[in-house]
Design a protein around this ligand. Structure first.
Ligand code: ZN
Length: 242
């Protein structure tokens, strides 16, 4: 069984298509998406349509909720808010209803899916450090919790004594004695200094996780952002991976 994990596509069709092409070479049994399908880039409808054709295992991100009118944008920065307003103004009613219907969490065998944190998903807090992760480990029972939101790929492992370590390698084996909190980074707007699209492949039978990075046509995505009249900062940051 091979599970592809996507997060934070953010309407970036170029990066999404590059990731699709990359995992089409693998035997994939299931695709999961950890939210923020929209916001920031210029192809929300096309990205939603593509995702819906791939999987029904999708949780809501804060941008999805904001575009659907379910989350307040007062804590969004001006560029993010502009992208939410632009997206809400152009997506189809059907896609808006789709975003509105996304759940905050999904439980699958051995896994919890959530965009931000399992503690209070709708608070959209971030998990950056082992201390942040410690709080989250109290709020799920499964062996694995999959998250996105920070656009920063990182994984934490907790042993039976509660000690948390950071898994720095992009490929690692999951030990039966440990539980894991895995952030797969962002397909559409990576912020860890590597501009390539990020996604994860989890193989429960081999107990293996692998973070993959995929180059894509950043220039084309940037041109579309500018042509749509979205803030130029949203185009510039793609090349920096910040
Ligand atoms: Zn996001």
């Amino acid at each position: 069984m091979s599970i592809v994990i996507l997060s934070d596509i953010h309407s970036n069709l170029e990066s999404f298509q590059a990731v699709l092409k990359d995992f089409s070479r693998e035997r994939v049994d299931q695709v999961l998406c950890l939210g923020d399908v929209v916001g920031y880039a210029a192809d929300p409808d096309h990205c939603i349509e593509t995702l819906r054709g791939l999987t029904s295992h999708v949780v809501a991100g804060n941008h999805d909720w904001a575009v659907a009118g379910l989350a307040d944008t007062s804590c969004f920065n001006p560029e993010a808010r502009a992208a939410v307003e632009w997206t809400a103004g152009i997506i189809t009613a059907d896609h808006s209803a789709y975003l509105k219907g996304l759940p905050l969490t999904l439980c699958l065998p051995g896994m919890l899916l959530v965009h931000a944190t399992p503690c209070q998903p709708e608070s959209w807090d971030y998990i950056f450090s082992p201390d942040d992760a410690a709080m989250s480990f109290h709020h799920f029972d499964q062996q694995v919790c999959l998250t996105g939101h920070s656009h920063y790929p990182i994984a934490f492992a907790q042993d039976k004594e509660g000690t948390i370590s950071v898994m720095w390698d992009s490929t690692f084996t999951l030990l039966e004695s440990h539980r894991y909190l895995i952030n797969v980074g962002s397909v559409g707007q990576p912020r860890d200094g590597d501009p390539r699209a990020a996604y994860g492949i989890y193989k429960p039978e081999d107990a293996s996780f692998r973070l993959k990075r995929v180059p894509y046509d950043i220039k084309r995505a940037q041109e579309k952002i500018i042509a749509a009249g979205l803030p130029s900062f949203l185009a510039a940051r793609l090349a920096a991976g910040r």
